[in-house]
Design a protein around this ligand. Structure first.
Ligand SMILES: C[S@@+](CC[C@H](N)C(=O)[O-])C[C@H]1O[C@@H](n2cnc3c(N)ncnc32)[C@H](O)[C@@H]1O
Length: 363
């Protein structure tokens, strides 16, 4: 078998520096360095651009594969939205992101001195949180968002580039349940929000260990999870019972209750090696006279449509029963005395330094 031409060899043959290649692909020079060092691979977005430039050379190319949709190459979904290319989900994610950030009181409301230089957001959705962070912390040098959904990542990339932030923000397609494809000690803040929607109880230990690995000593791991909504709508409450049943059956809840993840969050962070674990909670409230109510209504409407395959898989609900429940819930949400409340908990902790780790191990 003949040896294949490496990216570095090919680039040098073209007479280009790493920076020149990076400019042609509209990526950061460090991205090219990482590819050449084997620390990461060009993703589905950059591979066709590289091919247009001539890499890999013709003799090294694998014969054309039959066309396979990218989704079918992915890990089966553990997320409650099973169709990763659903456009309504993109709308829902974008709205959810904006209302959560606003109603929680900002991007990092509990961090007194948020001067982070390198930030990773896992399960970043359509990227709003990271894009806002890049705007508010101008000396943050690198912000990376990872999400398993191609559709969400493409949308996030377009938003970052429209905001003129493409040089500091990278959005990558990746399945965080497999591994985080970054060297150890890469970030001083690793964040996730609303990840219980795709994490089963048994996924937390591995994921938290990965968070610790990629966080630098003294850096912060921060997680935010939402309790399930409690409302005055009897039909919505019936939907909630079904949804919690499905979440519980599929392994997402530690206890079969609306707070079945948040009550464990601080314990998980401490148990898997974070120090100085702290929490902050806040309550979201939506009534027809509050600003976020319209978004709550719109997102609930979408939620009802996109969660049906998940509910079919894990509960016995029939189509007729489900559609009539959703119709009643949407009408009850629009009554003037409707109220929905939800508790949101952020838990964060510090990665110990090597010395701190030794002290912990011997004590
Ligand atoms: C509820 S949304 C939260 C989005 C964002 N973090 C926010 O708070 O606005 C969950 C996100 O996790 C993504 N996701 C699901 N499974 C994942 C996995 N295995 N690895 C990475 N991301 C995943 C989904 O595509 C979705 O964008």
């Amino acid at each position: 078998m003949t040896e294949k031409t490496s990216l570095a060899e090919w680039r040098v043959e073209q007479g280009w520096t790493q920076q020149q290649l990076a400019e042609k692909l509209n990526v950061a020079t460090r991205t090219v360095i990482r590819w050449e060092n084997g620390d990461s691979l060009p993703d589905a977005f950059n591979r066709p651009l590289l091919q247009e430039l001539g890499f890999p050379p013709k003799q090294d190319r694998i014969p054309e594969q039959p066309a396979v949709a990218p989704q079918s190459l992915e890990h089966p979904s553990t997320y409650f939205v099973e169709d990763r290319s659903n456009q309504e989900e993109i709308t829902r994610l974008t709205v959810l992101d904006a209302i959560l950030t606003k109603d929680m009181g900002g991007l990092l409301p509990e961090q007194p001195d948020p001067h982070f230089k390198r930030v990773l957001d896992v399960g970043c959705g359509t990227g709003g949180w990271l894009i806002e962070l890049a705007r508010t912390i101008p000396d943050c040098q690198l912000l990376i968002g990872v999400d398993v959904s191609h559709t969400a990542i493409e949308y996030a990339r377009a938003r970052a580039s429209a905001a003129g932030l493409g040089d500091r923000i990278e959005f990558r397609i990746g399945d965080a349940l497999r591994m985080l494809e970054f060297p150890a000690n890469s970030f001083d803040l690793v964040n996730h929000r609303a990840a219980a929607s795709w994490l089963r109880t048994w996924d937390w230990p591995k994921l938290l260990r990965e968070y610790l690995r990629v966080t630098c000593p003294g850096g912060i791991v921060r997680t935010t999870e939402l309790d399930w909504f409690q409302t005055t709508s009897p039909a919505f409450e019936q939907y909630s019972i079904l949804f919690l049943q499905a979440l519980n059956q599929s392994g997402h809840l530690f206890t079969p209750t609306g707070d079945g993840v948040t009550r464990e969050l601080a314990r998980l962070l401490s148990q898997y090696g974070l120090l100085q674990v702290q929490t902050r909670d806040c309550t979201l409230e939506y009534r027809p006279d509050t600003e976020g109510w319209q978004s709550f209504l719109g997102n609930t409407d979408i939620n009802f449509r996109i969660s049906l395959p998940f509910l079919h898989k894990w509960t016995q609900v029939s189509d007729d029963e489900y559609h009539s429940l959703c119709k009643r819930a949407l009408s009850e949400i629009q009554q003037s005395d409707f109220v929905a409340r939800c508790n949101v908990l952020t838990a964060w902790g510090v990665k110990p330094s090597e010395r701190g780790k030794q002290v912990l191990q011997t004590s």
